[in-house]
Unconditional design. Structure first.
Lengths: 136, 136
């Protein structure tokens, strides 16, 4: 299994407009894209830093996964995503190793990536995403 | 303020020996260092992936910061660390911007880095570390 880098860190926030004041105005990062991901019931905002993106996640539905996360835990780091090649094979390997896959096959995420989530029960508490940019 | 990349992601685990089975045996990362940081009351284990390190944190004291984190929230992502140059100036800028600094001046962290933490109340729920490797 080849994981090349941290593709992004997902951070749950109540309001992207509010949190941007910190990430842009104070940390000096640049938001290069805002995108709604309807099947995840989130609005996302992306900032690049080195190889990695910060992905702010604002819920568009209190019953969606990020809405529930914030209700239970408050704002904070939601998940980390590893970049890979050949995501289908990686998921098969993880499944064979006993990792509990939330997505057994890849689906489309923000920025057109193929993505799949691993259940935190199998990853020592870390909601983990595997993703591949097949346009690269 | 120049933040160049995500230096590391700190992940709180109950047992580094257990969690290594996942990070090494399943994800295929290599643990290149294990180090105790006495003033933080943790044992750390480092894995490199691209520009970023995964830093597993095992508490050596239930009353220490990671021990309390796990008791309250369970295992999971504990903090993210941004790499910078000129950390003293960066901290002054953050202070002037109204960010609540846990460390007003840098102290020594794992791997000999100069580090300082920002309070999650000022950073939309994300315990954030700023660090500089002055040997580079």
């Amino acid at each position: 299994m080849e994981l090349s880098h941290i593709e992004h860190i997902g951070i749950a926030v109540k309001s992207i407009d509010e949190a941007r004041k910190y990430y842009e105005g104070i940390l000096g990062l640049t938001c290069y894209a805002v995108e709604e991901v309807k099947d995840q019931r989130v609005k996302t905002a992306f900032f690049k830093i080195g190889q990695t993106k910060i992905e702010l996640l604002e819920s568009t539905d209190p019953e969606g996964p990020v809405g529930k996360f914030i209700e239970k835990k408050g704002e904070g780091i939601h998940h980390i995503a590893f970049a890979t090649k050949g995501i289908e094979g990686v998921l098969q390997d993880l499944d064979a190793s006993g990792v509990n896959l939330i997505d057994k096959t890849p689906r489309k995420g923000a920025e057109g990536l193929d993505i799949a989530f691993l259940h935190p029960k199998s990853t020592y508490g870390v909601l983990t995403e595997i993703c591949e940019d097949k346009n690269k």
